[in-house]
Design a protein around this ligand. Sequence first.
Ligand code: GLC
Ligand code: CA
Length: 572
Amino acid sequence: MLILPWAAVSAAPAPTPWWTHAVIYEIYPRSFQDTNGDGVGDLNGVTRRLDYLQHLGVDAIWLTPFYPSPNADFGYDVADYTKVAPEYGTMADWDRLVREARKRGLRILVDLVLNHSSDQHPWFKESRSSIDNAKRDWYVWRSGRTDGEPPTNWESIFGGSTWTYDTATRQWYYHIFLPQQPDFNWASPGLREAMFGVVRFWLNHGASGFRLDATPYLFEDPAWPQDPDPKAGAPTWLKPYNSGRAETHQVLHDLRSILDGYPGERALLGESATATIEELAATYGPRHDEINLPMDFLFGNLTHLDAGMFKHQVDDAELRLNGDPPVFFFSSHDHPRQWSSFGDGAHNDDIAKLTAALILTQRGTALLYYGEEIGMRDLSAAQIAAAPLGVHRPRADYRDRARSPMQWTAAKGAGFTAGTPWLPVADGAGQYNVQGERDDPNSIYRWYRHLLQLRHDTPALRDGAYVPLEAENPQVFAFARTRADGAGVLVVFNMSEATQTTQIRGWPGATPTLDRVLLANPAPAKGTSSEMTLPPFGVSISSLRRCLGPDDQAVSARCTNRSTTLSMISRQ
Ligand code: GLC
Ligand code: CA
């Protein structure tokens, strides 16, 4: 039997840009770390916690909006694109944050709200001031129908009409979100230049790129058709007339060109919800020249553990995006937290570890949402209802369930604030907090760290090709990651509450031998690369020894049959 050493077959592949295999950590600055006792997190709080992020092992931070805003939609209604809101700090705080992040090898992406501004933005105030104002066409204004009804019967994503009437100028303005978030008109050259100026402003201030908000909605059908049944067909947020319009490509291409003119591999991460994998593939651009990293909502919107469904989505993302890096995530400031949404009430911690491994073992880029690495859970509906509305929370929003303060310690205020937090601390903070979990070898935090280290240190996990495999047991999802130099990793998940044994088939060419377990939870799996037994909600990540030789098939038979009892390698 001939076994080639790992790196002996071919030279290592050429280095790829950082974003093709990065882990990006989303921070909701309002809830991460308060440094001045007002109960609201701030930029200095993020700076204070950079050592933590470096220790965790992420590559970049996505900061949700910290610009001046009336907070009708917590910062996603921007009143000034080139300032820091006083509650989050100052431009000097931002500059310091960038400097300190760089020292630690961390990049920062800022959230760019492209589709709309606040109705309190001076641009909109000007635009609404008269029909012939120079900025009138920066927003989308239309006259109503003859019967006094709004121009179309379309529904906004947050409910109600997409149109609000302006009594002074007797026209309606369009908003796919709240009435306080009027849509920009991207067909207006003036608006385009102004927004590209914003882009340059943050690139000049050290941003490594942007998370682009709501990219599907930049253009609407210029024929403004009536919807025969707004409640039927595609969901409100993906109607053919309100999203995914062809004109969007030019804007995204122009944006990408601006970024590519700067040094340092700046990148665009897109909130690019699509209905199909083909549409998602198109968001990268025909020549891979638009969004570097469009988030895969076909994966991110999955809500329960189903091995077949995950295999389908991952196969699609890996094999049908023309080789571009897929972007996987589970939790965000808009989604429920995965500990709560996937947890079954009995195995939540193991399920949290399984979902973490599901995204961190993939090719491409993964997004983590602050607190998922310690198993934070959602606020209950009762906690949200009881949280006061007021200056810190002007509008009731069910998404606040996933925006509670980061749990640094078991103390009151969770180490997030010395004051009263703007939202209550979630249940479970006594057990699920950074301080306690750092010292517990079985904690969710330690699992995330192991996974992140493994991803960085294991070439096959970092940039190996995805190899789809067939698990004959429908509760099991299996795939491999392999490199031309022979390095490989097998990843297997049991997505059920019972022990499962499965055959694993579909290896291209010779079946490789399992080498050793790199990481496993809750207990090591038993078996070979063609048959494996996993504990409930078990994850098994093992390296492969590829058996190559002139008589490949014969060698492969010998390799496959070598049964191994896998033992956990500790990586504390
Ligand atoms: C995006 C944001 C969401 C916001 C919406 C409107 O979906 O992620 O939080 O409400 O855009 O800006
Ligand atoms: Ca504060």
